[in-house]
Design a protein around this ligand. Structure first.
Ligand code: SF4
Length: 256
């Protein structure tokens, strides 16, 4: 592919992310109540879901291309695709309920599992993933366990969309020194808040949804990946990544 075609393709893809997450912003404004959770697929959300679906197809194309081109990345691509497409497409579409994404977006990545609209099974599975499976695989394989082979967000998109943009590790490096831990502390306070006062889920989840949207979606896909690189959200913001880091430190102490 010539340079001009490559640049044009990159621009089109970026534009697709831009209009998709602009549409999600509109959707979020109309769905702020956590009581309702994410609504079933319907005409009102058709544009957002269609463009998200198109993004998923393009990401599938990246997976196939990189799988053929880079044999050393095959295992990682297979694991990430299995995790991503199962929680982002298969479960929500089959069960017509977006809450099932909480299985691989557990606390502290999100508080989605705690939405009153989330099915009990998804809630329990999300807790098991967050508090049992992630610690166990981190103890066994370190940070690369979840953040390298499972995460349907930063890991998946850095291996697909993120691969077409250069990584610029020095940009906003200063922010990565305090934002992940601050975000993690806020997510911990939010978790304690909803355990102590269950009704606080309504305002807490409203704020968390907005913070998640602006950081992990709009900022990550539209600004950070093109300008900083695929792992930008992981390095600069992610509370889940910081949680994994804490687990790595704990496992080193235990093994020492
Ligand atoms: S740092 Fe966060 S977004 Fe990145 S791979 Fe880890 S959990 Fe996923």
């Amino acid at each position: 592919m010539g340079d001009n075609y490559r640049k044009f393709f990159k621009f089109l893809l970026w534009f697709l992310f831009f209009i998709t997450f602009t549409a999600e912003f509109v959707k979020i404004v109309f769905e702020l109540s956590p009581e309702s959770g994410h609504k079933p697929l319907g005409m009102a959300n058709a544009f957002f879901w269609s463009s998200l679906f198109l993004i998923e197809i393009i990401m599938g194309g990246f997976i196939v291309t990189f799988f053929i081109k880079y044999p050393s990345r095959r295992l990682r691509l297979l694991c990430l695709s299995a995790c991503h497409f199962s929680v982002i497409l298969l479960l929500p579409v089959l069960l017509d309920d977006w809450s099932w994404t909480s299985l691989l977006y557990p606390w502290p990545h999100s508080l989605q599992a705690f939405d009153p609209g989330t099915p009990q099974t998804a809630f329990i599975l999300s807790l098991i993933v967050g508090f049992v499976i992630v610690p166990v695989i981190t103890f066994k394989w370190g940070a690369k366990g979840f953040c390298g082979y499972m995460c349907p967000h930063g890991a998946f998109f850095s291996e697909t969309y993120g691969r077409i943009f250069p990584a610029r590790y020095n940009r906003l490096k200063w922010a990565g020194r305090f934002l992940p831990q601050t975000y993690f502390l806020l997510m911990t306070a939010a978790l304690l808040g909803i355990i102590i006062i269950p009704d606080s889920i309504y305002p807490v989840r409203t704020v968390q949804k907005l913070v998640y949207f602006f950081t992990a979606e709009l900022f990550f896909f539209v600004i950070a990946i093109p300008l900083i690189g695929g792992r930008s959200y992981c390095r600069l913001l992610c509370p889940m990544g910081y949680y994994v880091k804490l687990l790595v430190r704990a496992s080193r102490k235990i093994k020492a």
